[in-house]
Unconditional design. Structure first.
Length: 136
């Protein structure tokens, strides 16, 4: 296995763990997987900076929607630069309103930067441009 393959496996495990804690709405566990100075960027709002701001964003989002991620690791590339990993590709998800309504398909490019800290990967920066997909 190459370094990239090892890191890809570690990032895949990170993503699976992240999705698991978010499905349980354990936002404290979710933000513990991020750097203190994490920055999330989307196409729809101002940058979300810091763990507490991300926790607040997640509480609002997951209070309104059930989110099922649909992207697989095959949709992303991983580049390793020492203790930094750059992950880029195409993300997709289905967001279903908790109070009823049709599911919303989301798709778009995403880029994330992970930092290895004390032997584990932490999400440091993420740009996610997923947007609703127009029905065909």
């Amino acid at each position: 296995m190459s370094v990239n393959d090892d890191v890809r496996a570690e990032i895949e495990a990170f993503v699976a763990a992240s999705q698991s804690v978010l499905a349980r709405k354990d936002f404290d566990a979710a933000v513990s997987m991020m750097t203190d100075d994490v920055v999330l960027l989307t196409s729809t709002g101002a940058p979300v900076v810091g763990r507490e701001s991300v926790r607040h964003l997640y509480a609002g989002m997951f209070g309104k929607f059930s989110v099922q991620h649909a992207a697989s690791s095959a949709d992303f590339s991983v580049e390793v630069l020492g203790d930094v990993a750059l992950v880029s590709g195409n993300d997709s998800a289905i967001a279903t309103p908790i109070d009823g309504g049709p599911p919303i398909a989301l798709r778009g490019p995403a880029v994330s930067v992970f930092r290895r800290m004390d032997g584990t990967w932490k999400l440091a920066r993420s740009l996610n441009l997923m947007a609703p997909v127009k029905p065909e």
